[in-house]
Design a protein. Structure first.
Length: 255
């Protein structure tokens, strides 16, 4: 269990893919401790861009992303690789290596901690293998360790993707629309799993998602975005229809 307190402080963050056309505008966000934070908002409002700016899968245009005392925006490639080891990432489309087994995919979360030769030969310390088996139990896939990833259902693949990110022993877990390709029952199971693992590790989990009811059910804090700006930051209980209309616009969709 990670007992250290994670802090993430985003200050005056801007992002433009096309010069002069802002996707993110003056984003300021402070995260400390643990808990599941859901980012909601209309499609195209910058939710995925924000998530991906945090670990610099997308390069910010300007601003500060201070993660546990380091400004990630200012890091060179070597320092960024080290910082990313402490930031787990769960993807919408799973990003598994389809031809590899479940166990090999989970263990790939340790690639940043072993030598290039051992990584190429897929040689991992016994402690890593033991941890991977423990995670298989936690995600409910013990017995699937030797199955290829391409033989799994979508929900099973996402569980493997989550376990791979947890293998990093992260201090922060990011998830970019992790339930958008899943049925409602599986979506609930995946959100519950991320919530439980975040609590077990005592780390924050930041999830970009479209399902407002699912966000209200599992999040301790909700960030509402509209047109590239944060316009709501508060509890699920305070996320009423007035606030939702300010985030999504219009009236009819709530009826």
């Amino acid at each position: 269990m990670n007992l250290s307190v994670t802090t993430l402080k985003i200050e005056n963050l801007y992002k433009e893919y096309i010069p002069g056309k802002l996707v993110l505008t003056d984003i300021n966000l402070f995260v400390q401790g643990s808990g599941l934070i859901a980012i909601i908002g209309p499609s195209g409002t910058g939710k995925s861009t924000l998530i991906r700016c945090i670990n610099r899968l997308v390069e910010p245009t300007r601003g500060i992303i201070n993660f546990c005392g380091e400004n990630l925006v200012a890091l060179n490639s070597s320092s960024l690789r080290k910082a990313r080891r402490e930031i787990g990432m769960v993807f919408q489309e799973y990003n598994l290596v389809e031809r590899l087994t479940v166990m090999e995919n989970i263990l790939s979360g340790r690639l940043g901690y072993i030598s290039a030769l051992k990584a190429w030969l897929r040689i991992y310390p016994p402690t890593d293998i033991e941890q991977a088996y423990q995670l298989l139990d936690l995600i409910g896939l013990r017995g699937y360790e030797n199955q290829r990833a391409d033989s799994l259902s979508g929900g099973q693949r996402q569980r493997v993707g989550i376990a791979r990110s947890i293998m990093q022993n992260p201090r922060l877990l990011l998830a970019d629309e992790p339930t958008s390709s899943l049925d409602p029952k599986t979506s609930v199971e995946i959100m519950k799993l991320m919530q439980e693992l975040g609590n077990k590790l005592n780390i924050p989990v930041i999830v970009n998602m479209h399902d407002v009811e699912l966000a209200k059910r599992f999040a301790t804090r909700i960030i509402g975005m509209s047109e590239g700006r944060i316009i709501y930051d508060g509890s699920p209980e305070q996320l009423n229809d007035v606030v939702l209309r300010s985030i999504y616009g219009g009236k009819d969709w709530l009826q």
